[in-house]
Design a binder for this molecule. Structure first.
Ligand code: V55
Ligand code: FE
Length: 494
């Protein structure tokens, strides 16, 4: 197998994506530039990493073990720590010394010693997002309950059901925290078991207690991966992916893609009930992540980087046709949901012509409100990039820029990471009081030439000026799915 000049193997399971089976702790990381002294808190991130080879070689990476890590900022220095999320599943597989769990979200494919299709949440890998609410840190995955994580040691302290108030078997990876009230709105889908059409929405007060529950039914069982929250409404987008008990009993991976299915966006008042849900329909779309939404009169405006079609090659089309990479493209869309309209269709506008990464953020202080700036990564082919470093079939996606997309003027302010770097999801760190957009934009970059990871830190109002600082790790860290910033005062950090 020929290696490229940078030592990058052409085998997509080696090189930068090769297995990592260690936990790590660095006090006072190497830094270039100057870490802002005003930052006192932690960047928590989680991703998927196989602790041992998967049972099935064609399984999806979304089924790999959760690995949680932190960059702790304090007095101009940064410490790094990374640990496995010690889920029930992780501990059982470690004791057995081999994979016991089969395909992504299909318990029928599990080893008989652990197989329990009546309790699918017990096999969650908790690999998708980190959450801080009411003084606690969690890792999340949409097929199970949150796992509670010690914010200093990153040790795992079991699952959390909000002191019994959370009744759904599942908890979304994308709850939303209202910056004006501190309340969290979250939901679980497949709430009553495998392929169930129950979706339950909860409001959790700032002290972490469940205050309200709304039980609704979905038009068809699909991935409801993210949501949006306005100061008045809950927004639930989904489309395309399908499952059924028959599919699962037949031993297939949880989702298939059905291009004939409409996309749906549900809207309901935050204090409403099942009869208040309005389902707006649209064409084939792969609706994974949102940026933000707001309510204006009887309209809800949603900004979201939805894909034209199926993003995931390992969730195959149900009609046996091949996965279509040219349709797996995300664009920044503005979607209008008019609650006064007799039409059951949503209106959609593509705001910028360029393809973007669908892992986007806004300043968390303007979540639920009419926000101006959207932040996400993209690949700018005009920038210098060493194309020999792109591996795999289909080729690994590269993100060499973060953009701040201004929805008021259309302007893009761009941060460029470097000619051998691929950026993971960005995170916005708010600074000061009130003013949207004031703060830092940070994220992990894979240095594909040196097989190391770097944390980049830029002034979010001066992205084109490049780094303020970079934290250089002496090793690769696994690809993040999602991460977030927490102030030291939100957690008991010492
Ligand atoms: C996503 C991620 C998941 C998952 C389902 O990004 C959807 C979308 C990391 O796990 O299980
Ligand atoms: Fe996500």
């Amino acid at each position: 197998m020929a290696d490229s000049p940078g030592g990058m193997s052409r085998d997509p399971r080696r090189g930068f994506a090769g297995p990592l089976r260690f936990e790590a702790n660095i006090e006072d990381c190497e830094v270039v530039g100057k870490i802002p002294e005003e930052l006192d808190g932690a960047f928590y991130r989680v991703g998927a990493e196989w602790n041992r080879p998967p049972m099935f070689a064609d399984d999806g990476i979304l089924n790999a073990d959760g690995y949680v890590s932190m960059f702790r900022f304090r007095r101009g220095k940064v410490d790094y720590r990374g640990k496995w999320v010690k889920t029930e599943r992780f501990l059982k597989e470690r004791a057995a010394g081999r994979a016991l769990y089969g395909y992504y979200r299909n318990p029928y494919t599990d080893d008989p010693s652990v197989r329990d299709p009546d309790n699918p949440a017990a096999r969650t890998v908790s690999n998708t997002a980190t959450l801080v609410h009411a003084g606690k840190l969690f890792t999340l995955k949409e097929d199970g309950l949150p796992y509670r994580i010690d914010p200093v040691t990153l040790d795992t302290h079991g699952t959390w059901d909000f002191e019994g108030g959370w009744k759904s078997q599942t908890f979304t990876a994308h709850p939303k925290i209202d910056p004006l009230t501190g309340e969290m709105v979250a939901f679980g889908y497949e709430a009553t078991g495998l392929a169930s059409d129950d979706l339950w929405i909860y409001t959790i007060d700032p002290s972490g207690r469940v205050r309200n529950e709304i039980r609704i039914k979905v038009p068809y069982v699909s991935v409801v991966h993210d949501m949006a929250l306005t100061h008045r409404h809950v927004v639930l987008p989904f489309g395309g992916y399908v499952t059924s008990l028959e599919r699962l009993e037949a031993g297939k991976i949880h989702w298939g893609w059905d291009a004939s299915k409409p996309s749906y966006i549900g809207v309901l008042p935050r204090e409403g009930s099942a009869k208040d849900v309005r389902w707006f329909k649209g064409p084939e779309r792969c609706m994974m992540h949102t940026f933000n939404a707001y309510s204006e009169g009887n309209k809800v405006i949603l900004y979201a980087p939805f894909y034209d079609s199926n993003f995931f090659p390992f969730f195959p089309p149900v009609d046996g046709s091949p996965w279509q990479p040219e349709k797996a493209r995300a664009f920044i869309r503005k979607i209008t949901l008019d609650l006064d309209s007799p039409s059951d269709h949503y209106q959609e506008e593509i705001l910028w012509p360029m393809e973007v990464s669908d892992l986007g953020k806004v300043d968390p202080r303007v979540l639920t409100l009419d926000s101006r700036y959207l932040y996400t990564g993209y690949f700018d082919p005009e920038r210098p990039f060493d194309r020999d470093l792109i591996v795999g079939t289909p080729p690994a996606r590269v993100t060499n820029c973060y953009g701040r997309f201004d929805v008021k003027t259309g302007k893009i302010d761009t941060y460029f990471a470097g000619p051998v770097h691929s950026l993971q999801e960005c995170t916005f760190i708010p600074v000061g009081r009130g003013e949207e957009g004031r703060g830092y934009l940070i994220g992990v970059a894979s240095n594909l030439a040196e097989l190391r990871s770097e944390l980049v830190i830029a002034d979010a109002q001066r992205l084109a000026e490049g780094d303020i600082a970079r934290v250089l790790l002496p090793f690769r860290i696994s690809a993040q799915v999602h991460g977030m910033w927490a102030e030291a005062s939100e957690l008991d950090l010492s």
